[in-house]
Design a protein around this ligand. Structure first.
Ligand code: ZN
Length: 341
């Protein structure tokens, strides 16, 4: 836990002076959502590669008095979902489940969704996408799509990282400069301890530990280490979601009596993760703990009817978890947030 000693930790966490209490937020009149229809005419996006067929690639939701803007950093088509999902199953079993759900048996598209939350007087960015390393492959679009959605990098008050895999941290830097120059940072305490440990630096995960050294450690003096239950700013609370990585955090957002969970990589394939939550996932570091975390959160989210954003779920990455027999199913957001229920 040496990293804990290196990084400043204060109980007030990441609230800047002048933030309002979550308890003072009034219930908003009605939910609304908006798509970035002006995106491709914005000067910031002119000439940029944008290969996603459902451009503009960002969508805004109202959550009580908070505003949540999900940004599509990019997509990555490839083979799958087996063996990334259902690693402990046969290719035939995973393919059959895909076919039952009207999906290709052996092709898969992964999505990457950093999310902006405007709450109180704070602008939070949750995860940062592929950054410049992804641009050769049409990814790393966070900055241009943030601009299209009306947010400058300088406006971000807090960057919180759900965990420290490359597809979540590479966007922290542009060249050698901080991508969000005015931000403070929040990272899970266990997550930081693991990725700066000798174990992480020497084993099969050494490349990712190097990325953490290059992208995350430089901000240690501006970083608050978060534990389960810590309030990042009023209305945003860290929730332990360990398993995918040793210290992954989900974030619960509460405003005006509405709740939303940003689930990071707990649910990364919209069929397998819900219909077969016990199936093992190749990128889950502790596969048993990750499956337990998946089942625990799915049960709570279904029973309490709380919407989620899943970083790797299909755009716009938001939706709802329902019980289905002894497992679950995912219902994507379409127009639910536009009408009062
Ligand atoms: Zn990820």
């Amino acid at each position: 836990m040496t990293a804990s000693n290196d990084v400043s930790r204060r109980h007030a966490l990441l609230l800047a002076a002048g933030g309002v209490s979550a308890g003072t937020l009034a219930v908003a009149g009605g939910a609304s959502a908006q798509e970035g229809t002006a995106a491709m005419t914005h000067a910031e996006t002119a000439g940029a590669a944008d290969t996603f067929p459902l451009a503009p690639g960002w969508r805004r939701f109202q959550l009580g008095e908070a505003t949540v803007t999900v940004i599509l950093d990019g997509i990555r088509p490839g083979e799958g979902p087996f063996p990334t999902f259902g690693e402990d199953q046969t290719q035939e079993a995973v393919g059959a489940l895909m076919a039952e759900n009207g999906l290709p048996k052996d092709r898969f598209v992964n999505f990457f969704h950093p999310t902006l939350i405007e709450i109180g007087d704070q602008l939070l960015l949750v995860d940062t996408g592929m950054g410049e390393a992804g641009r050769a492959n049409g990814m790393g679009l966070l900055r241009q799509r943030m601009a299209a959605a009306g947010h400058a990098p300088e406006d971000v008050d807090v960057v919180v990282l759900t965990h420290l895999h490359g597809d979540h941290i590479n966007g922290l830097m542009e060249g050698d400069a901080p991508a969000f120059p005015n931000a403070r940072y929040g990272v899970g305490a266990e997550e930081m301890a693991f990725w700066t440990s000798a174990e992480a630096k020497s084993g099969s995960r050494a490349d990712n530990a190097k990325a953490v050294e290059a992208k995350v450690v430089p901000f240690k003096d501006k970083t608050t280490l978060l534990a389960d239950g810590d309030e990042v700013v009023p209305g945003v609370t860290a929730r332990a979601a360990f398993g995918h990585t040793p210290g992954m955090l989900a974030f619960e957002v509460v405003s005006g009596g509405k709740r939303l969970f940003l689930m990071a990589d707990t649910f990364s394939q919209f069929v397998v993760s819900f219909q077969r939550p016990q199936w093992q996932v190749r990128f889950d570091q502790d596969k048993v703990a990750a499956a337990e975390t998946r089942a625990r959160f799915a049960t709570m989210l279904a029973d309490e009817s709380v919407p989620i954003v899943g970083y790797h779920l299909p755009f716009p990455a938001m939706g709802y978890v329902q019980r289905d027999g002894d497992a679950f199913r995912f219902v994507p957001e379409t127009y639910q947030s536009l009408v009062e229920s």
